[in-house]
Write a protein that binds this ligand. Structure first.
Ligand SMILES: Nc1nc2c(ncn2[C@@H]2O[C@H](COP(=O)(O)OP(=O)(O)OP(=O)(O)O)[C@@H](O)[C@H]2O)c(=O)[nH]1
Ligand SMILES: [Mg+2]
Length: 358
């Protein structure tokens, strides 16, 4: 699979384009008037990972290759968007193509930027629009699929799944709130529902609230089924404009650590069920994402399809253990490189070397 796509969904002036710029270093139009974004734009966010940096330093790698995910900046939604208000259905295409949805909820106050700043209420508006869009789509598909199932009994399970989804949506419930098992979610994939996608939320805090965000973040987290992050999007966007060294200094000076990007990446990967493994050597150290729970050959396939096809075995050591041992050769000498076969389930943070033959 290619890079994961996260779609930013929020009310006008919630800070979506600013967050997009902060995370991708992009230059999307940011403006104080609503609906300044009219077309979806995409950019890649490269994920800083201290495990990767440490491995690269250990191996004196000439090159360091981070994982990335694609972020899409989508036009703002308002109440009634699903039936044509605001920019109408324009948001739909952007969200349909995303693998996960990141709600952007405004909590900053600024008299010069119109719009609401009640993150819990805003979340309700956004969820309702996506739910209504899905309800329409469920209604559109039901008749057709029922008819098909009358001719082909093997489609009955499909129809039953669609009916269950329809009933939840008709009751105003986004599908991600149903607590579905992974198989049930997979079953819904074929219907292309927006609310069957994994979700996370960014609460866009005022600069003054950054030190003490817990109450507003907790209010959202208390009734949202995904990860909720408090971020001062404005400060992050300002920091993103600076060269890396100054950026780190600014963020650390503000007590923001490495900034929002690693936190958003972690939450997004968690929502998507993605883990990271590493390869390391003098030529390069590199991070790769893979489906959580995948076995070694599938992970090898993330590097190259030949490595999956001709997979023989993997040499494996966890990143922190490798660092302690000081080098790949050292780990080998100490007998700490495990030899794992086709059935090995790779762990988040494993360092791999694949043996293959094609
Ligand atoms: N004070 C303050 N202003 C912010 C913050 N985040 C964004 N803004 C301002 O809010 C306005 C809207 O920001 P955008 O990033 O364009 O918002 P958007 O969600 O992309 O808006 P649309 O594309 O119109 O839907 C801009 O003037 C930003 O400078 C923040 O954390 N604090
Ligand atoms: Mg915008």
């Amino acid at each position: 699979m290619g890079v994961e796509r996260i779609g930013l969904v929020g009310l006008p002036n919630s800070g979506k384009s600013s967050l997009f710029n902060a995370l991708t270093g992009g230059k999307a139009l940011v403006a104080a008037h609503p609906f300044s974004t009219t077309e979806t734009s995409a950019g890649v966010a490269l994920v800083p990972d201290r495990r990767l940096e440490a491995l690269a330093e250990m191996s004196r790698s000439k090159k360091v290759v981070r994982t990335g995910f694609e972020l899409t900046d989508i036009a703002g939604l308002v109440a009634g968007s699903s039936t044509g208000e605001g920019l109408g259905n324009r948001f739909l295409a952007g969200i349909r193509e995303a693998d996960a949805i990141c709600y952007v909820l405004r909590a900053f106050e600024d008299p010069n930027v119109v719009g609401s700043n009640d993150p819990v209420a805003d979340l309700g508006v956004l969820e309702l629009e996506l739910t209504l869009a899905d309800l329409q789509s469920a209604e559109g598909q039901l008749e057709r699929r029922r008819k098909a199932a009358r001719a082909d009994r093997s489609l009955e399970a499909q129809v039953a799944a669609l009916e269950r989804a329809h009933d939840a949506l008709a009751a105003g419930t986004p599908l991600y709130r149903l607590g579905l098992a992974p198989e049930e979610r997979a079953e819904l994939k074929q219907f292309f529902f927006l609310t069957a996608k994994p979700v996370l939320a960014v609460v866009n805090l005022g600069e003054e609230a950054v030190g003490d965000a817990s109450s507003v973040v907790d209010a959202v987290a208390g009734q949202f089924p995904g990860e909720v992050l408090g971020v001062s999007v404005k400060l992050e966007a300002e920091a993103a404009e600076l060269p890396e060294a100054e950026r780190t200094e600014l963020l650390e000076g503000l007590g923001l650590g490495e900034g929002a990007l690693p936190r958003v990446a972690e939450a997004a990967y968690k929502a998507l069920g993605r883990w990271t493994f590493f390869t390391t050597g003098e030529k390069e150290s590199r991070a790769w994402t893979f489906r959580a729970g995948a076995k070694a050959p599938e992970c090898a396939g993330a590097i190259h399809s030949d490595l999956q096809r001709g997979f023989i075995r993997a040499e494996v050591v966890h990143w922190d253990e490798l660092l302690e041992l000081g080098s790949w050769a050292g780990a080998r000498e100490a007998g700490k490189l495990r030899v794992e076969g086709k059935d090995y389930e790779v762990k988040d943070g494993d360092v791999l070397e694949i043996r293959f033959n094609v």
